[in-house]
Write a protein that binds this ligand. Structure first.
Ligand SMILES: Cc1cc2nc3c(=O)[nH]c(=O)nc-3n(C[C@H](O)[C@H](O)[C@H](O)COP(=O)(O)OP(=O)(O)OC[C@H]3O[C@@H](n4cnc5c(N)ncnc54)[C@H](O)[C@@H]3O)c2cc1C
Ligand SMILES: *[C@@H]1O[C@H](CO)[C@@H](O)[C@H](O)[C@H]1NC(C)=O
Ligand SMILES: *[C@@H]1O[C@H](CO)[C@@H](O)[C@H](O)[C@H]1NC(C)=O
Ligand SMILES: *[C@@H]1O[C@H](CO)[C@@H](O)[C@H](O)[C@H]1NC(C)=O
Ligand SMILES: *[C@@H]1O[C@H](CO)[C@@H](O)[C@H](O)[C@H]1NC(C)=O
Ligand SMILES: *[C@@H]1O[C@H](CO)[C@@H](O)[C@H](O)[C@H]1NC(C)=O
Ligand SMILES: *[C@@H]1O[C@H](CO)[C@@H](O)[C@H](O)[C@H]1NC(C)=O
Ligand SMILES: *[C@@H]1O[C@H](CO)[C@@H](O)[C@H](O)[C@H]1NC(C)=O
Length: 595
């Protein structure tokens, strides 16, 4: 109604927050803090009585779980041959790691310290020492206060999906938010202490709610959220990182939908962050990253009417796998169409490779090369979907006559949930996998196809890589609540494609892990050179991305760092690669100050 007025209010709010942050007391020297965080067996580590007292204050919710793989190790107290079989069978499932208080999806982040394999070492040294099975906000608060008081490394684990290892650490106290699963829907929502009511449907979920829980609850109301592609992804890590979705092209990123968060700050206060209070925190926690500025206990976000989904599984493939030049020229051409296909409403996940082992209808093994995509349109028709692809197929046939076959399997679904139930991410967990990624804008995809073909070939390195079309107009035009938007990496606002890869290292093989890391770096470098001004989506990027502060947060980094210093002067929360981690480093299993 009065745009000048709201703009003025915003300008004042921003100015005062910048001033407040720059006048924030400098705590750097106020705690002549010990050099390292306490670990078991050192004088600083809390006594058994301290732990018992913590457990009592938590009504007995403090756990000291054995490593999940210990059931497979005859020397261990929890050894159990039958359970070992079950754990081994479940090790590749996301549910297993999410439902276990300390297990994480990717073995290297627990230092492969107790794999469920006979003959493997089982020290459990990669895991937290104690865990709070939190079900209430108060449990989170008690955990944060205890870690702060006793100078213990603190980690937050929800699902344990993190590709960068941020939800686990050795010698730590972990707060496990998995059981904070409440879900409450709203026809409209008034953020606490705001005068405005936001005239939009919304949902408030506890920090442990999974995508599947939320999608299912909302489907009963014919609604959905901008959510992720894995059933067990939880809001804590997803939203704080940005959160891409098949619905993002229309509505924006998940972080753009947030209306309010309840947060336990690193000093142990329970606060509400929204556009009217704790606005710096509200800004930072939507894109600044997980386990850095506080612990989310619940979050309220917009919901949308569920779309009908028009789906296609399409492919452009060839048996002529030796002709890599033509294969990558074709791949670069199809990917160059993504900006225009995205502008027409398409989103989806594409996978490409110069060599995919598969079986032909007669059961024989064949190797094919090319690109596949699962793509969707919202509230559309099979004809509209086909019309998007016909010109692409025609161009491929005209350019490389007879070389490629088109594969095209359309299908319609009545709701997002009906669709999601079939296509959710089923890739296996339970291995040491290193990922890498890059965001690509229109220019990188379309300007110079000879150059992009060479980059895609290097990025693929003879194996499968992916290009997710999960951004577009909705992300570019998003209007997140609050004066100054949110802390999502600005490159997202012009990216069409989030290109990703994963390299699996052999177990218990340090040289193999080093080679996998190196391979990720070399492959990602191809796209960094193709799109030097962009960046990478922190939740699905290489943990050792060079210059990650710039690549994950861009021009937001300085402000994020000021907010981190103001809200967490003592570095109660610390992770890497995370905002404000400069003052500490990991030395073996310890976290110590940088001199
Ligand atoms: C199968 C699969 C599918 C995926 N699909 C998508 C997708 O479609 N789109 C997308 O954007 N990403 C996707 N991701 C990536 C996902 O966003 C990240 O793995 C994210 O870190 C998961 O968050 P989490 O809370 O479930 O995991 P966790 O590993 O438990 O936590 C991740 C990080 O967030 C912190 N954290 C967790 N809870 C809280 C909290 N309550 N408060 C503060 N910090 C917290 C943790 O400490 C850690 O730093 C997918 C991942 C997997 C494994
Ligand atoms: C915490 O207390 C409960 C209930 O008394 C007990 O079962 C549990 O073992 C205790 N936890 C620890 C780590 O001692
Ligand atoms: C954690 O708490 C929930 C809720 O009380 C309970 O059902 C579950 O068994 C607990 N988990 C563990 C591992 O103790
Ligand atoms: C959801 O949509 C179905 C089909 O259109 C309709 O029958 C049902 O009443 C709707 N439910 C709600 C809660 O709106
Ligand atoms: C196809 O490959 C699989 C896995 O490599 C192998 O087990 C199978 O025997 C092969 N089938 C044929 C028909 O060659
Ligand atoms: C090219 O045309 C042939 C013959 O019409 C067809 O079989 C093939 O699928 C087409 N390829 C593509 C990529 O459209
Ligand atoms: C794959 O990477 C290796 C190691 O960097 C490199 O030697 C090789 O040329 C690459 N292969 C392709 C097909 O790009
Ligand atoms: C991981 O394990 C190795 C021994 O297998 C050990 O040297 C190293 O310090 C451990 N790392 C951490 C972070 O605990």
């Amino acid at each position: 109604m009065y745009p000048w007025h709201s703009r003025l209010v915003c300008a004042l709010q921003l100015a005062s927050s910048v001033l407040a942050a720059s006048f924030a007391p400098r705590h750097d020297n106020s705690h002549p803090a010990t050099h390292c965080k306490a670990v078991p067996g050192t004088a600083g580590w809390p006594s058994p009585r301290d732990w018992t007292a913590l457990n009592e204050s938590l009504a007995g919710r403090l756990l000291q779980p054995p490593p999940p793989g210990a059931v497979c190790h005859p020397g261990k107290k929890s050894y159990n041959a039958a359970e070992c079989q079950a754990v081994r069978a479940a090790w590749s499932s996301y549910e297993f790691h999410a439902n276990n208080p300390i297990s994480v999806d990717w073995d290297q982040w627990a230092n492969e310290s107790c794999l469920p394999q006979e003959g493997a070492p089982c020290s459990g040294e990669g895991y937290p020492v104690f865990v709070i099975n939190a079900t209430e906000v108060r449990h989170v608060q008690l955990g944060v206060q205890f870690a702060r008081k006793h100078n213990i490394r603190l980690v937050i684990k929800s699902s344990g999906h993190d590709f960068l290892g941020r939800s686990n650490a050795p010698n730590s106290l972990s707060i496990w938010t998995h059981n904070m699963k409440w879900i409450e829907t709203h026809d409209s929502f008034r953020p606490s202490r705001c005068k405005v009511t936001i005239d939009h449907t919304a949902v408030t979920v506890g920090a442990g709610a999974h995508m599947w829980d939320i999608y299912s609850a909302l489907d009963a109301l014919n609604q959905t959220i901008v959510g992720g592609g894995g059933k067990t992804v939880s809001v804590g890590g997803y939203l704080t990182g940005a959160g891409h979705s098949l619905l993002s092209a229309r509505y924006g990123l998940a972080a753009d939908q947030v209306l309010e968060m309840e947060v336990v700050t690193p000093t142990g206060e329970i606060v509400t962050a929204n556009e009217c209070q704790n606005t710096d925190l509200f800004w930072a926690m939507r894109g600044g990253g997980g386990s850095t500025f506080g612990v989310i206990t619940s979050v309220t976000m917009k919901t949308f009417p569920t779309p009908e989904i028009e789906h296609v599984l399409m492919g452009v493939v060839t048996l002529d796998v030796a002709n890599t030049r033509a294969i990558f020229d074709m791949i670069a051409y199809v990917l160059s169409q993504f900006p225009s296909l995205g502008d027409q409403g398409l989103s989806g996940y594409a996978y490409f490779s110069p060599a995919i082992a598969t079986s032909s209808p007669d059961g024989s093994n064949v190797t094919v090369a090319g690109l596949f995509m699962v793509g969707i349109l919202q509230n559309s028709t099979p004809e509209a979907m086909r019309a998007l692809w016909d010109p692409v197929f025609a161009h491929v046939n005209a350019t490389w006559p007879g070389m490629f076959q088109a594969l095209y399997q359309p299908r319609s679904y009545p709701s997002f949930l009906a669709y999601f139930a079939e296509i959710y991410d089923r890739s296996p967990a339970g291995r040491s996998q290193y990922v890498g990624s890059r965001l690509l804008d229109r220019a990188a995809l379309t300007d110079d196809l000879a150059k992009s073909a060479a980059a895609w070939e290097r990025f693929s390195n003879a194996s499968v890589a992916s290009a997710f079309l999960v951004s577009g107009k909705g992300v570019f035009d998003a209007k997140p609540r609050g004066c100054d938007g949110n802390a999502v990496l600005p490159a997202w606002r012009k990216a069409y494609v989030h290109a990703t890869l994963g390299v699996v290292a052999p177990p218990l093989n340090p040289a193999g892990r080093a080679a996998a890391r190196k391979q990720v770096q070399e492959r990602v470098a191809a796209l960094r050179e193709l799109a030097p001004g962009m960046g990478a989506y922190m939740n699905e990027a290489a943990f050792d991305e060079p210059n990650y502060r710039h690549e994950f947060w861009g021009s937001n980094y300085e402000r994020l760092l000021r907010i981190k210093r103001a809200i967490d002067p003592d570095d109660v929360l610390w992770c890497t690669p995370c905002v404000g981690n400069e003052r500490w480093e990991q030395v073996g299993g310890r976290l110590c100050r940088v001199d």
